[in-house]
Design a protein around this ligand. Structure first.
Ligand code: SAM
Ligand code: SF4
Length: 478
């Protein structure tokens, strides 16, 4: 694996002081309580420049009630998504390694007070088995997920990741990028985590509203709001320059959460010189053993959720947006158009859930899933209904295009030069090795259509790589 080292220069910061200023955020919300059509259109015009939006601009978009303006907003979000990301969509699968957890988050099925939950931490051979199944589906990217528990210490996490990378099963089975979603750690531990060659380190603040945060985190290390708030600063300090943030929608006012999340983006840019690589949008789903999850205090409906995604696309045009399997097929389709750039496919949220998928997993899973379709079905739908190119590309990370370096390239709109070709090549690999006849035919047609859109020189270049793939070569990337 090629590894390029980028120096990350962190400004002095004070981890004992929150950078989330409740008063300032509420002021921004109140100032834009009833935005005029002119105000909204002025912000949309600014968004079209693909240079992002301020907190004030974002507060304006968040509060328009006018359906015509909301439609215009969606149109601009689609434009930006198309300009910057094209019609690629990156696919990954979560791998729940352990549901042992010492914390008690009142929205999560893994909370330590849920005595009904069957606890499980996968052993290395069980991890291997899970990865084999994911490789058989054609997956190349994994999001490894862990509860916060002494069992899931950094060394255990590193060991599990090494196991995942070592599995080479079937035709071209291999995992080429592993992102990690686990509890925040000290800078020293993050340095150890980095040695496992992880992709993105992901950790969600859940709620940026400190009072609410303290009410829903009842025990364990996670109670410490500031320790979590500065997790990404420490990760960057440790040299992990791809980080993913998120808020769990449903705990507090979505307008506050979105503006606070943007404040987090700006703070990382200011202190670390680079913002987050991805933003995730979990919404609270019903979980066994969590009363709060049955009826979230600030439930976000589908229409509101679409606005949140579209506005984020406008506010941070170059940041990847991740949608989990938590959403239904129809909604995911709409969210893709509005700016989502990565989705999970064929997911299970219980440790061992892939091996055990015949059985009912309800006694060990984190929450119920909205989308139960398998990988192949999702791919077929993406190709035939959304005209999207499923991508298994892991090229940027392996060529060292990460962190500020990655953002630099993105900003020059270099993505088309690497990402679209790599998407087509990895998709071709998938079609040849894993797809059924029907999907392969539809996929190859899509590839032809995409080649026809490229400049002749680029199309020739990509065609050469596709031909090599057809001839049996694997893992080609630009
Ligand atoms: N234990 C680590 C932590 O809390 O950061 C990582 C694993 S935790 C299972 C990953 C994420 O799942 C949490 O950050 C939270 O946003 C999300 N989550 C928890 N309960 C949920 C629910 N009922 N519905 C949807 N997402 C949930
Ligand atoms: Fe544990 Fe994370 Fe679930 Fe909280 S969200 S109970 S820390 S697994």
């Amino acid at each position: 694996m090629t590894s390029h080292h980028h120096e990350i220069c962190i400004r002095d910061y004070d981890p004992t002081v929150s950078f989330i200023d409740d008063k300032a955020i509420w002021e921004a919300i109140n100032c834009a309580a009833e935005p005029t059509a002119e105000q909204v259109r002025a912000v949309l015009e600014k968004a079209r420049q693909c240079e992002g939006l301020s907190i004030q601009d974002t507060a304006i978009l968040l509060q328009t009630q006018d359906n015509t303006l909301i439609d215009e907003m969606f149109t601009v979000a689609r434009e930006i998504k198309n300009i910057i990301y094209g019609n690629r969509i990156v696919l990954f699968a979560p791998l729940y390694v352990s549901n042992h957890c010492a914390n008690s988050c009142s929205y999560c099925g893994f909370n330590a007070d849920n005595h009904e939950l069957k606890r499980k931490t996968l052993k290395q051979d069980e991890i291997r088995k899970e990865v084999e199944i994911l490789e058989e589906m054609g997956h190349k990217r994994i999001l490894a997920v862990y509860g916060e528990h002494p069992r899931n210490n950094v060394q255990a996490i590193v060991d599990s990741i090494q196991t995942m990378y070592s599995v080479k099963h079937g035709k071209s089975g291999e995992i080429r990028r592993i992102n990690v979603n686990c509890a925040p750690m000290s800078t020293e531990d993050f340095k150890v985590l980095k040695t496992a060659a992880i992709g993105t380190y992901q950790c969600f603040q859940e709620t940026y509203h400190q009072d609410t945060y303290e009410q829903v985190h009842l025990k364990g290390k996670k109670k410490d709001y500031l320790y979590r708030l500065y997790a990404m600063h420490r990760a960057m300090e440790a040299g992990i320059d791809d980080v993913g943030i998120g808020a769990l929608f449903g705990l507090y006012d979505h307008r506050f959460e979105l503006l606070a999340m943007l404040t987090h983006v700006q703070q990382l840019e200011k202190d670390c010189g680079v913002g987050p690589h991805t933003i995730s949008f979990p919404r609270i789903e019903p979980a066994h053993g969590s009363q709060l999850s049955e009826k979230p205090p600030f439930e976000v409906d589908d229409e509101c959720f679409k606005r949140i995604v579209a506005i984020t696309r406008l506010a941070v045009p170059y940041t990847g947006l991740i949608m989990s399997t938590r959403e239904s097929a129809e909604l995911r389709k709409q969210l893709l158009e509005l700016g989502v750039s990565q989705i999970s496919a064929g997911s299970r949220t219980a440790p061992g859930g892939y091996q055990d998928s015949q059985n009912d997993q309800h006694d060990a899973e984190q929450f119920s899933l909205g989308d139960h379709r398998g990988m192949e079905e999702i791919i077929y739908e993406l190709v035939t209904q959304s005209d999207s190119v499923p991508s298994f590309c892991t090229g940027c990370y392996r060529k060292g295009r990460t962190g500020d370096h990655f953002m630099g390239l993105a900003k020059q709109q270099f993505i088309g030069k690497f990402c679209q070709p790599n998407a087509l090549i990895t998709f071709k690999e998938y079609l040849n090795d894993y797809a059924c006849e029907k999907t392969r035919a539809a996929g190859n047609e899509l590839i032809e259509r995409e080649l026809a859109k490229m400049s002749p020189a680029r199309a020739r270049n990509v065609k050469t790589c596709l031909d090599k793939t057809d001839a049996g070569e694997r893992d080609i990337y630009l």
